[in-house]
Design a protein around this ligand. Structure first.
Ligand code: NAI
Ligand code: MG
Length: 359
């Protein structure tokens, strides 16, 4: 278990990020009060378009020094494409956090909560995690173009897999599977991508020898996406390269309802740098300023933060509080994206109240 108090850098960012963040913090404080977890929150105004317009940069020069001393970053959302291009705002903030803090695991729960409408006709019991490699693989900048603008125009972009990079994410996934239901699925495509993917498979096999109690299976990515839709209940922990994980970590949560509730963690497992916990959604400029954003993604991200630091009792209670409130499906509480007439405040406060009632 991590240090108590947990030092958390609060970075609300843009649009609805700043609207949902207060409820994330309040729910953490509430659950902390009951399960005796102390927090030290410090809020930062950078990593936002407002900051950029004032200072000409998304973050101060010493951002890394400022944030390194925290246990975790609790992040809202960034981006206001009408004011600053997305490549400037996202690459100038969130993507720097992920890369420079070596957050090599992207973790997303896919869990169907009662009271949440799924697009699937026969979903069954969905409760699994996607573990995505977050730093290398298909998303490399090695490559280039030659003979541009001619008939011989040629473009190449290389996939980079390293033993260090692959083994560390596999290790994380196996450990997660070991703590859960001892079942791990690997996403592959060794029938088509004939050098890197058979090698990925061989690293999975090698790592599995260290975890003899974890059952391992693998599927090619194409049929795996079909299984996510047709038989999502069969999965427990799914591990994938950067590209395949990117796709699966959108598809999985999409099978379990609205984007407004999905959380995500970018983890540096060694703790050398802080990990980052955020909702999956962006700043939603179309609804920003109206106070109607769903705060569940933000609050659930706080739940992942607690789980990451080993506060499992508090984490389970927070998830239960979310589940209880959503399961009651009260229209005046739920936000519009869930078919309700409520707003950020009604749903955020209902979850906070639910936690406090758990005493
Ligand atoms: P988005 O996730 O902000 O919004 C997509 C759609 O979902 C919108 O119709 C929005 O109203 C709705 N939505 C999102 N979150 C919601 C919530 N909590 N409650 C109710 N409805 C919600 O994605 P979009 O529109 O593609 O991007 C907007 C901006 O956010 C862009 O600048 C983009 O680059 C940025 N972005 C940032 C992310 C991050 O900070 N991690 C992730 C995704 C996008
Ligand atoms: Mg994506």
């Amino acid at each position: 278990m991590a240090a108590n108090p947990l030092k958390i850098a609060v970075i609300p960012g843009d649009g609805i990020g700043a609207e949902v963040m207060p409820y994330g913090v309040r729910c953490l404080q509430a659950v902390g009060r009951i399960f005796d977890v102390q927090f030290e929150f410090e809020e930062f105004d950078f990593a936002s378009v407002d900051y950029y317009e004032k200072h000409g940069d998304m973050m101060p020069k010493d951002w890394k020094e400022k944030l390194s001393k925290f246990d975790a970053l609790y992040f809202g959302a960034v981006g206001m494409p009408d004011r600053v291009p997305d490549d400037v705002s996202l690459w100038g903030s969130l993507l720097k956090f992920r890369r420079e803090f070596d957050q090599f695991v992207n973790l997303r729960p896919c869990r169907l909560l009662k009271g949440v409408t799924t697009p699937l006709a026969n979903p069954g019991d969905i409760d699994f995690y996607v573990v995505r490699e977050n730093t290398e693989g298909e998303y490399s900048s090695i490559g280039g173009k030659i003979f541009e603008g001619t008939d011989r125009e040629t473009v190449i972009q290389e996939t980079v897999m390293t033993r260090t990079g692959v083994d560390r994410v596999l290790q994380y996934a196996f450990e997660l599977a070991q703590r859960r239901n001892k079942k791990l699925t690997s996403a592959t495509k060794s029938n088509g991508i004939s050098i890197t993917m058979p090698w990925w498979d061989s690293r999975v096999l090698e790592m599995s020898k260290k975890f003899p109690d974890v059952a391992v299976d693998k599927y090619h990515i194409d049929i795996l996406t079909a299984h996510f839709v047709q038989r999502p209940h069969i999965f427990d922990v799914v591990v994938a390269t950067n590209l395949f994980g990117d796709i699966l970590s959108d598809l999985g949560p999409a099978c379990t309802g609205t984007i407004g509730i999905a959380p995500s963690a970018n983890i540096n497992p060694s703790g050398t740098f802080p990990s980052l916990f955020e909702p999956v959604h962006g700043s939603a400029p179309d609804i920003a300023g109206k106070g109607i954003a769903n705060p569940v993604g933000m609050i659930w991200a706080g739940q992942m933060l607690l789980g990451h630091f080993g506060y499992h009792e508090a984490a389970d209670a927070l998830l239960k509080a979310i589940e209880n409130v959503l399961a009651r499906s009260e229209p005046h509480i739920l936000t519009a994206d869930m078919g309700g007439k409520g707003d950020t405040k009604s749903l955020g406060e209902a979850i906070e109240k639910e936690i406090l009632a758990m005493k």
